[in-house]
Design a protein around this ligand. Structure first.
Ligand code: AMP
Length: 214
């Protein structure tokens, strides 16, 4: 199954993407994670995308399409994939359909995760990531056993630069302006499924699986 996950920053789509990936046995492709890894490697691509990411702006479509084309053509995507954070513009959505149809594939559903702005701000403001293994925690809903330290590997927890409040507000604005039209794009194709993602992730997962089965 080929899924696209849509939702404002803080809507919980990353968490659900991981749960869905193990439930459905298909890879979770987060373009944010791919880009963060590039920045970490500090090569040319990393240097190009870093300033966009630090200010919450979108990385240019051309760069993103290059990345996604390579990723969805890898063998582990033959059974399907879950896209998290892509597409984020109409151009990306249209080009994705084109790329997939070149190999007789298509998107099955676009899941739109809905939360109130207040809930999104709280989730992002509270998010902490392990600097060593990447596990995520939350000051409001998923505290580590020892403050500031990862339960899994003992790594130090940190707050992502783009989870700080001024950048979050910009990311929410960018989402409203550039990404909402994508919802309409998939709605028009009859592929949009709206999901209330305020409940806890296990309940949301159950709801999604129920909807996908019907
Ligand atoms: P995320 O972790 O999905 O919130 O992504 C973090 C940042 O990476 C975003 O604020 C953008 O700067 C960049 N980014 C991730 N995916 C895309 C995309 N599909 N198009 C453009 N920029 C992206």
């Amino acid at each position: 199954m080929n899924l696209v996950l849509l939702g404002a920053p803080g809507s919980g789509k990353g968490t659900l993407a991981k749960l869905l990936s193990s439930e459905l046995g298909v890879p979770h492709i987060s373009t944010g994670d791919i880009l963060r890894e590039k920045v970490h490697q500090a090569g040319l691509l990393g240097k190009i995308v870093k300033p966009f990411m630090e200010t919450g702006k979108l990385v240019p479509d051309e760069v993103m399409l290059n990345i996604i084309e390579k990723r969805i053509n890898q063998p582990d995507c033959k059974k399907g994939f879950i896209l998290d954070g892509f597409p984020r513009t109409l151009v990306q959505a249209e080009k994705l359909d084109q790329l997939l149809s070149d190999s007789n594939r298509s998107i099955d559903f676009a899941l739109e995760f809905e939360v109130s702005g207040q809930c999104a701000l709280k989730r992002l403001g509270g998010r902490r990531i392990c600097s060593m293994c990447g596990a995520d925690y939350n000051l409001y809903s998923k505290l580590p056993q020892k403050e500031g330290v990862c339960d899994i590997c003992g790594g130090k927890l940190f707050q992502r630069e783009d989870d700080k409040e001024d950048v979050v507000l910009n990311r929410l604005k960018v989402y409203r302006e550039e990404t909402l039209p994508i919802e309409e794009y998939y709605n028009h194709q009859g592929k949009l499924i709206r999901i209330n993602s305020e409940p806890n992730p296990d309940m949301v997962l159950k709801e999604i699986l129920k909807v996908l089965e019907t």
